[in-house]
Design a protein. Structure first.
Length: 297
């Protein structure tokens, strides 16, 4: 192996995009898209960094009364698009109801199951997205926040288009859309909503178990079970990334690098896209107005 071929963490956007192009697990994705859900299957499919891991932990806790006997959450709530690449069988036995992770929008997700989606304020999703890649996919501080925001979040408008695809179906009886912020504000109420939606009879003891085990404190204490290391073990060699990167999904900003401030110009751009992609189509002038509407449902 030459020095140039050795695994290294990018320090420029160009290097980052070159590594990202190697993330090609097309056969695994095809198998995920071809999956045929049962009517009782639960598919958790938020946009990245909008509460996916949190929902996986809640759903798994509800169906197992808090069983934590798993290496990493992906092993028990498989990622549809990456399961085959990880050596996971989508038809392997699971506790009832079966549950899966995805990041697919409504148009692409396999149809026939029940779908739980959490949404998040765009600027907060962007900051979390940056923090997730920083230290795993690029050296900390090496790619300016504004550069990353334009390339990986704003261009393509995938966040807004993912959201719009689910909003089109928000009244469907097999779709539950929750707000990340409401989950933080009143976790017990959100757990009750999820339990009812997926058909789990909730008693006070089970509610206490799931709320406690899906708290930030508990998940931080069990961080290795939510850090994507199963995915990292497969992705890093393919993408030429060094082992040992930080892919932790459960974080406390006060314990790690200070969260970047979103520059006013980026905030203006995020709002302008919201007006074009969401307000014009659904009549919600802001994320806060959408959050208020969902809270009334």
């Amino acid at each position: 192996m030459t020095t140039s071929d050795a695994p290294r963490r990018p320090t420029t956007l160009a290097e980052f995009l070159e590594k990202d192009r190697r993330f090609d697990f097309e056969e695994s994705r095809k198998l995920g898209l071809a999956f045929q859900p049962r009517a009782t299957d639960v598919i958790i499919s938020p946009y990245p960094k909008c509460g996916t891991t949190w929902l996986q932990q809640i759903v798994h806790g509800l169906r197992t009364r808090g069983d934590m006997n798993f290496e990493e959450i992906t092993a028990v709530v498989p990622w549809l698009e990456m399961a085959d690449a990880l050596g996971l069988d989508l038809e392997a036995p699971q506790p009832f109801p079966r549950a899966y992770k995805s990041h697919l929008n409504w148009n692409d997700v396999p149809k026939g199951g029940r779908y739980v989606i959490s949404i998040r304020e765009p600027k907060d999703a962007l900051v979390s997205f940056y923090r997730f890649f920083e230290g795993w996919w690029f050296e900390p501080g090496s790619i300016p926040f504004e550069t990353f925001a334009q390339s990986r979040f704003i261009e393509g408008r995938s966040y807004w288009r993912h959201l719009a695809s689910w909003l089109e179906h928000r009244s469907d009886p097999n779709i539950l859309i929750l707000c990340y912020e409401e989950m933080k504000a009143d976790l017990p109420q959100m757990v009750q909503a999820i339990a009812g939606f997926i058909g789990i009879e909730l008693d006070p003891e089970l509610l206490e178990i799931v709320v406690r085990q899906s708290s930030l404190e508990f998940m931080l204490a069990h961080e290795v079970q939510f850090d994507d290391h199963l995915i990292r073990d497969v992705v890093d060699p393919v993408c030429g990334l060094p082992l040992g990167g930080d892919s932790a999904k459960v974080t406390n900003a006060g314990l790690k690098v200070v969260r970047p401030e979103v520059p006013p110009a980026i905030l203006e751009e995020l709002d302008a896209i919201w007006q074009e992609e969401i307000a014009a189509k659904f009549g919600f002038p802001s994320y806060q107005s959408l959050r208020a509407e969902l809270a009334r449902l």
